[in-house]
Design a protein around this ligand. Structure first.
Ligand code: HEC
Length: 132
């Protein structure tokens, strides 16, 4: 019985580290650049990136109604919705942009630098308050 418990425990641990190895980054240790998130410059750089890379699915008004959104199995969120804004943390959004969302059409963005990802996070999080 004891051996069984230990085996299950080690299985759980190895599953955990495999998951971390796959993602490469342990996001709980990533520092959130609070000033950058509030910066108008970062938000407007993020908006420009969003226009290049994200509008196809998320829409020019960031409301989830991009040209490509129709055919997707799950629809992108409406970033204008204050309920959506309240449901996420900056770190969660950063992780989604970095890793994508498995099982959905949301891709990972390994081509964006850390700074670019935070800029786009700053923009996405500002939409509910400041509009698209
Ligand atoms: C090919 C289509 C596509 C592109 C391009 C795309 N996304 Fe997404 N994204 C999605 C879909 C679909 C979801 C919803 C996934 C789900 O079902 O939870 C999503 C989800 C998200 C979420 C989580 C919020 C939510 O629940 O919808 C964020 C944040 C996000 N995308 C940001 C971005 C950013 C930033 C870019 C550009 C760098 C981008 N996306 C480009 C399709 C896309």
């Amino acid at each position: 019985m004891k051996a069984m418990g230990a085996l299950l425990m080690s299985l759980a641990l190895s599953a955990c580290s495999a998951e971390q190895a796959r993602r490469g980054t342990d996001y709980s240790h990533v520092e959130v650049p609070v000033a950058r998130l509030a910066s108008d410059d970062a938000r407007s750089r993020g908006r420009a990136l969003f226009e290049q890379k994200c509008v196809l699915c998320h829409g020019a008004r960031a409301d989830g109604n991009g040209a490509r959104s129709k055919g997707l199995s799950s629809k992108p969120a409406n970033f204008q919705n204050p309920q959506w804004r309240k449901s996420v943390t900056p770190l969660e959004v950063f992780e989604i942009v970095s890793e994508g969302k498995r099982g959905t059409s949301m891709p990972a963005w390994p081509t964006l630098s850390e700074d670019q990802k935070w800029d786009v996070v700053a923009y996405v999080l500002s939409v509910a308050e400041d509009g698209p």
